[in-house]
Design a protein around this ligand. Structure first.
Ligand code: TXA
Ligand code: MG
Length: 330
């Protein structure tokens, strides 16, 4: 018997390949598609069996809802109801790394599996190939990050192939995403803004446009993103955060110009941004984690990262990478 795994073509971005990907999506197939944040595992959001295929491919708990990607706000308005505040944010930041959680329209065509039967839907307009495909398909595209459930997000076509290679029909290669960390997710509710996930759009930018603060959801589980509580982005080895001292045989995730004590003992070190730029660090985070994960180290040691701007999103991902794995999710 031949046990050779099916390997999908990794193809460059071109009109012909976008047309082929559109065709595959319309046939209910899964396609690996880059966005400015991370690579997504894309399917036609209106096709229940295609959406079920996403959960199966990732091994993701089916109660965790998916983000629907659309070409523009007009297309989003076929799915959800926009308040004035939601329009303000969409027009300021789309296309870009902002996901809005809004009330679902009664006639929303998205399959209930994609929204986990909630009365809200997460929508965003991405840049690049994902936006082009949503326009060409003229349907919302459901796409979680293109990694195995609970694992490290993919920021290259090769990483998508590594995790999901035998489950996607095609992967569009468009290099490293410019933002590198998932979208910021904000719920707009009762004229207020609630942060469901820090991400690639810094909060101060949102607050400046909205003219009000983004509230943290705290213990209010009802508005929380289901993926908020659990282990996620996890490497195979334990993670130590905020280290001031490196042990022998550890892999080291470093940041900024300062050297941490014992760093010479590290098996492998990657500095996310020697100059201390949080944007550069966000962009480099997931590929660095994937590389360090393969180093053979006993533990991943991580230096403190400033909790400002994009540092909120970076620290969120690192905290979840360090969380106990029996809470694995998304
Ligand atoms: O940048 C991104 O957002 C990437 C790219 C591919 O667009 N996508 C992404 O998707 O990160 P995913 O599935 O890995 O994370 C989506 C998050 C999950 O934590 C999910 O619980 C939350 O969005 N979510 C989706 N719909 C929601 C809803 N109606 N209410 C609250 N949270 C929701
Ligand atoms: Mg994810």
């Amino acid at each position: 018997m031949n046990h050779t795994m099916h390997r999908p073509p990794i193809v460059p971005l071109s009109d012909a390949n976008l047309a082929m990907a559109t065709h595959l999506l319309s046939q209910g197939k899964l396609v690996g598609v880059p966005t400015e944040t991370v690579y997504g595992l894309a399917a036609d959001a209106t096709n229940g069996s295609a959406v079920a295929g996403i959960f199966a491919a990732k091994g993701r708990p089916s109660f965790n809802p998916l983000i629907c990607h659309v070409a523009d706000r007009e297309m989003a308005e076929r799915l959800v109801i926009f308040s004035d505040l939601a329009v303000l944010l969409a027009d300021a930041f789309w296309p870009g790394p902002l996901t809005l959680v809004l009330p679902k329209r009664a006639d929303c065509p998205v399959h209930e599996l994609a929204s986990a039967d909630l009365d809200t839907l997460a929508v965003r307009v991405p840049t690049g190939p994902m936006q082009q495909l949503a326009a060409m398909l003229d349907k919302p595209i459901a796409a979680p990050s293109a990694n195995l459930s609970g694992g490290i997000s993919a920021t290259s076509a090769a990483a998508v192939a590594e995790d999901l290679g035998d489950k996607v029909s095609m992967i569009i290669d468009h290099g490293a995403p410019s933002v590198g960390i998932e979208s910021t997710i904000v719920a707009v509710k009762y004229g207020a803004l609630f942060l469901l996930r820090p991400g690639g759009l810094a909060l101060d930018k949102i607050e400046k446009v909205a003219g009000r603060s983004v509230q943290s959801v705290g213990q209010d589980i009802s508005v929380k993103a289901p993926g908020m509580l659990s282990s996620h982005y996890a490497p195979d080895m334990p993670v130590r955060l905020n280290v001031s001292n490196v042990h022998a045989d550890e892999a080291l995730l470093s940041f900024g110009p300062n050297k941490v004590a014992g760093s010479d003992r590290a098996l492998l070190t990657i500095n996310l941004s020697p100059s201390g730029s949080l944007a550069e660090a966000a962009q480099a985070l997931f590929s660095a984690m994937r590389t360090l994960n393969k180093s053979g180290a006993t533990t991943l040691a991580v230096v403190p990262i400033p909790q400002t701007g994009l540092g909120l999103a970076i620290n969120d991902r690192l905290r979840r990478a360090a969380a106990p794995k029996d809470m694995a999710d998304g």
